[in-house]
Design a protein. Sequence first.
Length: 470
Amino acid sequence: MAQLWGGRFTKETNKLASDFNASISFDKRFYEQDIKGSIAHVMMLRKQGILLDEEKKEIIAGLESILRDVESGKLEITNKFEDIHSFVEANLIERIGESGKKLHTGRSRNDQVALDMKLYIRSEVLALEGLVLELMRELLDIMKHHTETIMPGFTHMQKAQPTTLAHYMGAYFEMFKRDHSRLQDIYKRMNTCPLGAGALAGTTYPLDRKYTAELLGFDGPTLNSLDSVSDRDYLIELMSALSTMMMHLSRFCEEIILWNSNEYQFIELDDSYSTGSSIMPQKKNPDIAELIRGKTGRVYGALISILTTMKGLPLAYNKDMQEDKELVFDAIDTAKGCLVLFAGMLSTTKFCTERMEASCLSGFINATDAADYLVNNGVAFRDAHEIVGRLVLYCIDKEIGLEDMSLEEFKEISPVFEEDIYEAISLKTCVNKRKTIGAPGPAAMNRVIELYTEYLEEFHSFDRYSVKTY
Ligand code: ARG
């Protein structure tokens, strides 16, 4: 295996040890970050008079040709090298000769890998933000169409009070809005440039770290070189944010699986996002939703792994930190895939709105409103609760709903009831009367929809999702 550090060794590395040590099989994914980071480093070295103009030009042209050749498939990143850093440097020297050997001046692989990872993660965070926004757009679209679609709301999986499909989708919109803002926070906090920290203690060259940081779109350089090469907090934060986001997707999938079941029939998943059974011809299974729910565990696993990897590490760089990559890459790929699949599944789902509303007719979902009716007519809430409890008991016995009782029956339990009770406990009234902000009443809901539209518009006009910052 080609290495950058042969000088002080008299023996070959054991083959298994060298394979065990190598990271190229997975860090090859940031060849672009490695090359772009090197170009910025070289520009800074030239600005500081550490490289000659000729050397800078040769190195940059060499690095750009490597990038082009990797991208066109002409140059294959093989496991012959220890890591992506060695691969790029060795190729550069092969292409341009002597000046290529100057690339690593004032740099260590420790600050180099810290930079590459940050550049990679930064663009992945933007991609994730964009995908979360796509899903939020989908949810908002459903909300706009369903402010009057009545459905049951549940507590303890028991029908509780009526709500609307817009309100229900709005709950998930809120969750993904928090996920989106968590991603933005991570980006802001991590956006400092570690290059120039060297192996751990900076370098003796007069580097202009502020300039390198600017070239790479960072807010500025990191301020402690020991921390710069050993900080992986942003990965832990990202794994935590993605775990939370996956938990939201998983809860949503759980509802979709229930709603798609024969018992609920609140929705019908599209054929394009369902699968069949090899034995039961009638089956149309919600496998995509189940898989997203299942993959949540994988992302949690990445969070626990990285926390565990980091917990015992003394300052500064330790090779344990190489373990940050595979699991973080996997978690990001998983989360991105799930976001895309989920948005596609949701956008093709048919909502069985009549069935949703019909489901509100059983389960005494308007009992709270019957109690509120009594309160509005002078009965204390605790007494009203007791009276309606008796009504429910009566109805269970007769196998009817509250709205099926005659006025005489109502009056027998409380003389306060009058003809207007029917209007007061109609599903429409139950929903419309919940007018406070955050409640399902269509007036309140429309106000929230306006706010959500503004939120999404703010990010729509923001070009960070399509533009590379380096
Ligand atoms: N492959 C290493 C990693 O992923 C790169 C840094 C190597 N540094 C070193 N001192 N061996 O962490």
